[in-house]
Unconditional design. Structure first.
Length: 350
């Protein structure tokens, strides 16, 4: 997913997004690595079982976390485009996403295994795997980054068309609605991997819901239009599941994600900017990119050395947090600074 956006000097940090990022990476992590224990606990009677059953919709498959990430991205990119032109926006997004992404992919190749061919490796590094049929990198989570990049390209086009201003909120949302319908009618994009079949068609519209909430906050659209758009996205998503991913029809992670996002948004002026919240939020991108392959690579040797399951898990979590802290400071932040430096040297750059 996207890295946290650091506001320019003089601009207020959007703190409610930090809380949502923390939930999102915790949901994805738990859904990928601790689903089994939660399911086992959910079969028990008593308070523990009830708690596990209540928790399950928020971690099943990491789905709620992924949808929250997309809603956050739609909201924050709407804000970013108020101060950046299309070219500047794309340049900064590339240097925010790719340096840490490429570092994580190279780390996975080193510690786990690289793809079989040079073409597959290049496709993974470029986030172009769906166009070549290459296997997904980072133990599968790569697909969400590709969706982010496609979203950035779409938003840059809207910026070029001067549709990303609050005054043109209805036209902005109308263009997103048209793309949502087009994606649904066109069929599943992408289609080469069964478990991720149709992810662009299914999940890109939730990024647009994040845009709709930002427009609603700026009073560029009213509640009726925002609710109608969200209902249309939800309806087409359900139709898409029936056609392309019926195994997820009983999952409840989308309404959980929408409800949590809206609750945080409604409470946005009351959430305190505690230092630990900001610190955890900054680790979001690194944790997301590494958790699904690095956590097991850290835990398995400890288990083989005779560590108990709980001790090995705790030690692996601490090691993962430390590695992600280093990656954030040594790779992600320098990449962002490089993007800003290059942007400032463009003709007319910020």
């Amino acid at each position: 997913m996207t890295a946290a956006v650091t506001p320019p000097a003089g601009q207020e940090r959007i703190v409610f997004l930090d809380y949502l990022r923390i939930f999102a990476f915790a949901s994805v992590f738990a859904g990928h690595k601790f689903a089994g224990p939660v399911q086992e606990m959910a079969q028990q009677a008593g308070l523990a079982g009830a708690a596990a059953r209540a928790l399950w919709p928020f971690i099943e498959g990491g789905g709620a976390g992924v949808v929250v990430f997309f809603l956050v991205s739609g909201y924050v990119i709407s804000e970013v485009l108020q101060r950046e032109g299309a070219a500047l926006f794309l340049l900064r997004r590339v240097f925010r996403i790719y340096p840490l992404y490429v570092t994580a992919v190279l780390g996975e190749w080193l510690l786990v295994n690289p793809p079989a061919t040079g073409g597959e490796r290049l496709a993974q590094l470029l986030l172009a795997g769906d166009f070549t049929g290459a296997p997904y990198a980072l133990a599968g989570v790569e697909w969400t980054l590709r969706l982010e990049m496609l979203f950035y390209a779409w938003m840059a086009l809207l910026r070029l068309a001067n549709l990303t201003q609050p005054a043109r909120g209805a036209a902005w949302l109308g263009a997103c609605a048209l793309l949502t319908l087009t994606l649904h009618v066109a069929g599943p994009v992408a289609a080469h991997t069964p478990w991720a079949r149709g992810y662009v068609s299914l999940y890109m519209p939730f990024l647009f819901v994040g845009c709709a909430v930002w427009l609603l906050e700026r009073r560029a659209i009213g509640w009726p239009l925002a609710l109608a758009f969200t209902a249309a996205v939800w309806g087409l998503y359900r139709l898409g599941l029936h056609a392309w991913q019926p195994q997820w029809l009983q999952a409840r992670f989308v309404p959980c994600a929408l409800g949590l996002f809206m609750a945080a948004w409604l409470l946005r002026r009351r959430l305190p900017a505690w230092p630990w919240v900001l610190a955890l939020s900054e680790l979001t991108y690194a944790v997301y990119l590494t958790h699904n392959w690095l956590f097991d690579a850290l835990r398995q040797p400890l288990r083989q050395a005779g560590w108990g399951g709980a001790a090995a898990t705790a030690a692996a979590l601490l090691a993962l947090a430390g590695i992600c802290w280093l990656l954030t400071r040594l790779v992600e932040r320098p990449g962002v600074r490089l993007g800003r430096w290059l942007a400032a040297r463009r003709p007319g750059g910020a």
